[in-house]
Every structure is written in structure tokens, then in C-alpha cells.
Design a protein around this ligand. Sequence first.
Ligand code: PHE
Length: 333
Amino acid sequence: MEAQMEQIIAKISTLQTLQEVENLRVEIMGKKGILTQQFAELKNLPDEQKKIQAKILNTFKQEFESKLIEKKESLFTAQMNENLSKEAIDASLFSALRPKSSGHPIYQTMDRIIDFFVNMNFSIQSGPLVEDDFHNFEALNLPKFHPARDMQDTFYFKDSMLLRTHTSPVQIRTMEKDSLPIRMIAPGSVFRRDYDLTHSPMFHQVEGLVVDKKDSISFSHLKYILEDFLHFMFGDVKIRFRSSFFPFTEPSAEVDISCVFCKGEGCRVCSHTGWLEVLGCGIVNDKVFESVGYKDVSGYAFGLGVERFAMLIHRVNDLRSFFETDLRVLEQF
Ligand code: PHE
């Protein structure tokens, strides 16, 4: 028995798992365990021997129990540490399971527009979304009660502050702070009281403005860069400039591309004209230069709606689907 006890104690140190610890405990101290049996047999021994044997068994029992508990604790700690390190989250790790976002289609389109003009050496300018009447209207040759203000359904605040209805006020702000030559675009959100298939109360525009010395900027510069730009955005389309009106440009034009849906044949989207209007532009009206104190300069400006571009590029017919944040829709881009 003595030798067997030593073996049992020695075995404890070789145990690898909590289950093995439990198995050994049952083997030794369970109902049918070796030690349990030994204790049961004590009664069969003569008194003298019973005492000695009981002492041996108790000493063994104590040692066995304390060694087993020690082992159990160390295995438990080891297992917990292992679990902790396995379950630990490394937030910096790349997860192959997460699909890489390609960005919202509006911003994809915006980025592509910006790429073109940055490559053409335009700077990027910005202005406040809450504008004053001067920058949004007055300085752009839209005096109070001018009928053209009706073209832009405005959200007003107190004290003639408003949500900017277009990115054109950034033209004014840039001319106020910078000097010639000016070659800028202003991407950003704008606001109008409009909501239907093709209009939303918040949408995005990209404004463009080029100003330099008198007689150095002409309509042909404007035409050249916009044709290049529209081919970059829409590929092989036909382009036409249609005379139009904006208070801040004179002469003004609206630019059409041949319909990307029917290739100019005529369809529902282009109202059977074969053409789609994509931007407004013109030669900067001298009244605008006067309002910022510029003299002897010339320039051109243009403005476009990013949502309209995105709808045509991705053939989306309801603008509102861009804003509903439905992943099933957005994941298609
Ligand atoms: N601001 C005009 C609009 O919102 C667009 C435009 C900008 C037209 C610059 C001409 C020149 O409709």
C-alpha cells in the first residue's frame, strides 16, 4: 500500500486536464475508490494495526487531497488564461469576414468629380451650410424680391439667415478671401424645400469658379473643360450647350448630354428628347465681381447636382433610395 500511495501522489503531477483530476479523485476517494475501500476494511483489522493503518490512511488522504486541490487550481488558472488569450479581441486585426465598404454612391460620385478637377489644378473650397442672405443671394445678383429667388425654395431662419440653396455662395466667400487667379471647386450639401422622385430637401452640389485678369477667361475655356469633364464622367456621350439664364452668369448655359439610357433615341427618362440636362454654367456676371470689389477680371462658373450624376451613372430612378440607408440597395454599389 505504501508504494501504491507514493505512485498515486506522483501521478497527480502528471495530470493534464481537470477531467483527469476528477477521474483520479473518483478512483481514489469515490464510493468504490481505493482509499474508501481501505477505510472500510479498517474494521476487519486488529486494534493495534487498525490505529497504525488509520493514521497512514489519514496522512495519505490529507496529502492526496491537498495535492489534488493544488493541481486543480493550477490547471484551472492555466485553462482560464488560455481561454482569455483565445477570446481576446484585437481591434486592430483585419477581418476577412467584413466586406470592404466601397462608400456611399453619392460620395463615390462626388470623389470622382473632385478627382477630375483636382487633376486640373482646381483647389477645394468650402463654406457654411447656414448662410446669410448676402452670400446666398444678394452678392450673386439676386436682390430681394428678384423673381429668380423663387427658383430656389429656401429654408429660412431668423435674421435673414438660411440654409444655403446652392454652393454658389462659396464663390463669393472664396473671392472675398483669395486673390487672382482663382481656380476652385466647392463640393457640399445644399437645401431646398423639395421632395419627390428626383428631389430631396438635402442634396449635394459641386460648384466651380475660375477667375483671372480681364479678357483672359472666355466661354471656350468653360466649354473645353466641361466637355472633358463630362466625357470623364459619362464616357462616350454627345454634349450640347443650351442658352439659359442665371442671375450670376451672363451669358449662361445649361449643358445636356445625350441620354445614357436610350443613347439619344428618346425614352421616358429623357422625356423623348434624347437629351439629359446635367449642369448649369456661364461667364461670371460683372455684378458678382462688383459685390466682392473685383475690377478688371473675367471668369466662368458652373454648378452641378451630385445626386443627378449618381442617378445617371448607376441608373437609379428614385433619388430617395440613396437616403434610405437600406443595405440591400447600398451593397449593390
Ligand atoms: N447655382 C446654380 C444652381 O444651383 C448652378 C450654377 C452655378 C449655374 C454656377 C451657373 C453657375 O442651380
